[in-house]
Write a protein that binds this ligand. Structure first.
Ligand code: GDP
Ligand code: MG
Length: 347
């Protein structure tokens, strides 16, 4: 699986040749990554595994809705209930159901199979609501070093996700350096170090209690000396001092900006999928404080309420970039709206 790449001149030329046909919009997230058919198949398989619980728990009930040849009027409430039960959120559910209803009415559709197709379209459309700029790590003119700040509450899956990302970027040929700016707990620093050893990437760390901004600054300096491609900075997530935490994160940004005014290039918020709608409130706090550019939806494998992905897209307006599919280094997949929806709706 390829997560990062600078395109070769030959590839760029080939792409410029292959312009999409008129009216055709490239939407699949994985398209941004220019995956081979084998890699796309891997995304498919990982996504299927990650949504297995959600599918068994809630979306399997959708199958029942579409069993009869015609879609009955009485089924709209049930569709709404299924989506809400899967943590899609009230507003997002209403947006989806009313869009499907409108189209069913306007297009004079009655057959269940056709309604199902419209539902599929609208679910994908919701996931594509956030602006779809390709992420910095696939940009042709990606800055070097590319600086990624990772934020989120304690236990969300930040450090694990950073290790997975470092592993993936490194495997793709990037030189990666990690910064242990979660200095609040000694264990957090050690945890990142252990992952760094396992992945084989350098970890810049100070003593527990050190200034996180100073760690970030040193990490970037180290990246410059080593001519690193990607810097990923881990941060603290203790929520009981929310305002302090947000101020600390802003400070890290300011310090990084002394060297690189445009940095951080990406701010990834790691959300624990199992916390459902509660996670969204936290997400807003982070988004307001540090301008989150993308979501890592960790532990999607551990929940039956994967409908949260729709709520994130609609309510937060932030694109999901990656999904966590387990605890191992390989258990991270690029988020692809089509794959996600098709996996949920498949028989
Ligand atoms: N099943 C599963 N567990 C995960 C995933 N991501 C993280 N975890 C687990 O969640 C726990 C907290 O992760 P950690 O990275 O330490 O969270 P942090 O406090 O935000 O840095 C650890 O036990 C991880 O193994 C995932 O995608 N799936
Ligand atoms: Mg951590």
């Amino acid at each position: 699986m390829r997560f990062w790449r600078r395109k070769s001149a030959a590839e760029e030329a080939a792409e410029a040749e292959a312009q999409p046909a008129e009216g055709e919009v490239a939407t699949a997230e994985a398209d941004d990554l220019h995956l081979t058919p084998e890699e796309a198949a891997e995304v498919h398989e990982q996504t299927e595994r990650a949504v297995e619980r959600t599918k068994r728990g809630w979306f399997s009930r959708l199958g029942g809705l579409f069993e009869r040849p015609d879609f009955g009027e009485e089924l709209w409430d049930e569709l709404e209930e299924i989506l809400i039960s899967a943590d899609t959120g009230l507003e997002t559910t209403e947006r989806i159901v009313s869009a499907v209803r409108d189209r069913v009415r306007d297009e004079g559709v009655k057959q269940s199979a056709a309604v199902r197709e419209i539902l599929r379209d609208e679910l994908i459309a919701v996931l594509h609501e956030p602006t779809r700029e390709p992420p910095a790590w696939v940009a042709e003119d990606a800055p070097s070093p590319l600086i990624i700040l990772v934020v989120g509450v304690n236990g969300a899956g930040k450090t694990t996700s950073i290790a997975k990302l470092a592993h993936a970027f490194q495997r793709d040929g990037a030189n990666v350096i990690l910064g242990a700016a979660d200095t609040f707990r000694a264990a957090a620093i050690d945890q990142l170090r252990v992952w760094g050893d396992r992945v084989g990437v350098r970890v810049v760390a100070h003593q527990p209690g050190a200034d996180p901004g100073a760690v970030a600054f040193d990490t970037i300096s180290a990246a410059e000396s080593a001519d690193a491609d990607i810097v990923i900075i881990d941060t603290a997530g203790r929520l009981h001092t929310k305002s302090n935490l947000m101020e600390e994160l802003r400070k890290i940004c300011r310090i990084v900006q002394r060297k690189y005014p445009e940095a951080p290039d990406e701010v990834l918020l790691v959300l624990d999928a199992t916390t459902g709608q509660n996670g969204l409130a936290q997400a807003r706090t982070f988004t307001e404080a540090v301008g989150v550019t993308g979501i890592v939806l960790a532990k999607l494998d551990g929940t039956s309420k994967g409908g949260i992905a729709f709520s994130i897209a609609h309510d937060l307006g932030t694109p999901v970039r990656f999904i966590g599919t387990g605890e191992r280094l390989d258990d991270l997949a690029p988020f692809d709206a089509h794959e996600f929806v098709d996996s949920l709706l498949s028989e």
